[in-house]
Write a protein that binds this ligand. Structure first.
Ligand code: GLU
Length: 300
């Protein structure tokens, strides 16, 4: 059975790109007669807020997207992450990293392309084990990883060149994004991961971590980004403010769904509709691989 999920970080309002990812994963699960789960990735404590998480859930509900089962908040999953670290240590895959906080900051949350993904050069690889209360990295095996993306097709990446040994536990006591996402996809039995193309470069690293933890590999889809009409990043005037900003300005949720559904290849024109109207026509084969820009009249 298909088990899909949408896993936002509650650090801001869901923009049109996030909503498109959410709708695509929901449509895929619904079209397959499967389950769809929402997971709140609030593992990076200081940047996340429960209020923003609730706001995001409200926007998803307004579009008709409801989790089949309780929403999983990563802040409550400490025990599972600790157990995963213990298993990795048992398999001699972890080493303590003494690199400075500044080096580590950019690795704390989901590393998006604009943060400038730089591989960890392995400076601390040979350090002796010093206990679980240190920053910890996963020792990656050599070689490339091949995987298939349901929209982009066959992929091959060398994780050592993209991320290097990923940080799994931070010196400040936070579990890192890679650990949380892989452990939770495994625990929730997720079979299909749908997310933005900005996370494509970290997929091979996460596959290595899955292998190290003995977890099954889900199918992956990396969707093109939603951009401003000129192809630039969504900004405050163009799409980044989310559903409330659009509805305040007279674009209702049916119009948003119609446009999102059109952008996912479910209908030939962006006619207003409900989420469930899009289910019969949804197929990954029809989802375009590139970026998509928002209509000019949605810029304020
Ligand atoms: N929480 C991540 C983000 O909002 C997404 C993680 C994932 O889908 O794998 O960027």
């Amino acid at each position: 059975m298909t088990i899909g999920r949408f896993a936002p970080s509650p650090t801001g309002v869901l923009h049109l790109g996030n909503l498109r990812t959410a709708l695509a994963s929901w449509l895929s699960a619904r079209a397959a007669g499967g389950r769809w789960l929402i997971r709140m990735e609030d593992v990076d404590g200081p940047r996340c807020s429960p209020r923003l998480g609730e706001l995001q859930l409200g926007d998803l509900a307004a579009l008709g997207l409801h989790s089949d089962g309780p929403v999983l908040w990563q802040s409550g999953r400490t025990g599972a992450y600790r157990a995963a670290l213990a298993a990795l240590h048992g398999a001699r895959r972890l080493y303590p990293c003494a690199c400075t906080r500044k080096d580590l900051q950019s690795l704390a949350s989901a590393p998006h392309a604009e943060d400038g993904l730089r591989p960890y050069p392995g400076r601390c690889r040979d350090r002796a084990w010093e206990g679980f209360d240190h920053a910890l990295r996963l020792r990656l095996p050599e070689g490339p990883v091949a995987w298939a993306d349901l929209v982009l097709g066959p992929q091959q990446d060398a994780p050592a060149a993209l991320t290097g040994d990923p940080l799994l536990f931070r010196r400040d006591g936070c579990f890192a994004y890679h650990l949380a996402v892989v452990v939770d996809d495994g625990a929730q039995g997720v079979t299909e991961v749908v997310r933005g193309a900005d996370l494509r470069p970290v997929t091979a690293t996460q596959l290595r971590l899955q292998e190290a933890l003995g977890l099954p590999r889900p199918a992956y889809v990396h969707l093109g980004l939603v951009t401003a009409p000129d192809g630039s990043r969504l900004g405050k005037r163009a799409g980044a403010l989310g559903l409330a900003a659009l509805t305040d300005r007279g674009v209702d949720t049916a119009q948003v769904l119609g446009w999102l559904g059109w952008s996912l290849g479910c209908q030939p024109t962006p006619d207003p509709c409900r989420a469930e109207d899009l289910i019969p026509a949804f197929s990954w084969d029809r989802v375009p691989g590139g970026d998509v820009s928002i209509p000019t009249d949605w810029c304020f």
